[in-house]
Design a protein around this ligand. Structure first.
Ligand SMILES: [Zn+2]
Length: 385
């Protein structure tokens, strides 16, 4: 059995995405869910992500725990990044500086009682113990004297999976680090309760900002009219149609800033796909052709809200839908400029009709600077409105 264990994260992936059946055979359901939320690009960038499995497999499971936890926390990216560094020994604490021969004294500047490593900094320092106790999490560090910061996180994760709890946890860790830096670099001391209040409002602010974004997203959904892109950009409207017997019809139309049709395209793909996946496939199909044709400043417009939201937030879920979304996002990075837009169905008529039309075209078809005759009236409707 031992040799069947993967040695590297890459072995947990299939076609650039998580190998869900394999994950399920190695981790619990909750762990799989958390792991699948980890952005995969991270693994390409970080050498340390040659993630060795120990004989028991425990090491990996533990790592998966806290890695997933910190990357899915509802705190700002800078705090997540800090949490990630804290876990991976990437914080420049005194002990690290001594190792690098940058300074000679590894002692904690706040208490002077012990060397400053990550565990002391975030957990054992007498100043920090009080913070953990007075904050709403009410943590008693003395019960965990033998543990490192990592082990402490893991042991809490086993009993505590509440997201809000962890958001505050990471916000306080960040606050402790900021407080330490203020003392070391500016000789200013921040009160413990001040730190706790700041952490709490940080979590609230982040939540509120996210809610606001969701509301703004809803507003954009009210857009029901097609509008031309700004000068120098091309708008690609995409849509899919599902034909019970034959498969998925994909249609797209490309227009310039004065509303002239640059190209129209259709394609028929065999297979039984869910609506969201079909819509994503249509977007991928169109963006690929447009990119190949050399247009590099584009706006990809869909009437599918889920697709729009995932593209806008660059959210790639571990699913068939996620795989297609990821392809689109990758194609987008190859463009000089590629943004995403949502329009109601009414404003996506031409792409909609093209998708339907694909039923009669057995394969891919592209019209350059023209449209199938029967669709012209739709384009002029759009411009007249
Ligand atoms: Zn200390």
């Amino acid at each position: 059995m031992e040799e069947e264990r993967p040695n590297y994260v890459s072995e947990l992936l299939i076609s650039g995405d998580w190998n869900t059946p394999l994950l399920q055979s190695l981790f619990t359901q909750w762990e799989c869910k958390e792991i699948s939320k980890i952005p995969l690009a991270m693994f390409d960038a970080e050498d340390c992500w040659t993630w060795h499995f120990s004989k028991s497999g425990n090491f990996t499971v533990r790592k998966a725990y806290y890695v997933a936890n910190v990357w899915s926390a509802g705190v700002s990216p800078k705090v997540r990044n800090f949490g990630w560094r804290a876990i991976h020994g990437g914080l420049t604490v005194r002990a690290t500086l001594v190792k690098r021969n940058v300074c000679e004294d590894a002692r904690c500047q706040l208490c002077g009682e012990a060397d400053e490593d990550v565990t002391h900094l975030l957990m054992r320092c007498s100043e920090v113990k009080r913070i953990w106790y007075v904050c709403p999490l009410r943590l008693q560090i003395n019960m965990h004297t033998m543990q490192s910061f990592k082990d402490w996180c893991v042991s809490m994760l086993k009993v505590n999976k509440d997201k809000n709890w962890w958001n505050l946890f990471w916000a306080i860790c960040w606050g402790i680090w900021m407080r330490r830096n203020m003392w070391v670099f500016e000789q200013k001391r921040r009160e413990e309760m001040d730190l706790v209040h700041r952490a709490m409002s940080m979590v609230n602010d982040y939540e509120r900002a996210n809610d606001r974004e969701a509301i703004e997203m809803d507003d954009s959904c009210l857009k029901s009219r097609w509008s031309p892109p700004i000068m120098g950009h091309y708008k690609i409207n995409v849509d899919a149609a599902i034909f019970k017997e034959t498969g998925v019809g994909m249609g797209a139309v490309v227009c310039d800033s004065i509303g002239e049709v640059i190209a129209a395209m259709v394609s028929l793909r065999k297979g039984d796909y869910a609506v969201d996946i079909a819509e994503a496939m249509a977007a991928r199909f169109a963006l690929k052709i447009v990119w190949k044709s050399g247009l590099r400043s584009v706006i990809l417009e869909t009437d599918n809200l889920k697709l729009f939201q995932h593209l806008k937030k660059a959210k790639v879920e571990a699913s068939a839908f996620g795989i297609v979304v990821k392809d689109i996002l990758q194609l987008a990075t190859l463009c000089t400029s590629c943004s995403f837009s949502h329009v109601r169905r009414k404003g996506n008529q031409v792409a909609h009709k093209l998708a339907k039309l694909s039923k009669d075209c057995n394969e891919e078809r592209i019209w350059i600077e023209e449209l199938p005759e029967q669709l012209y009236h739709l384009v002029s409707d759009d411009l007249l409105e």
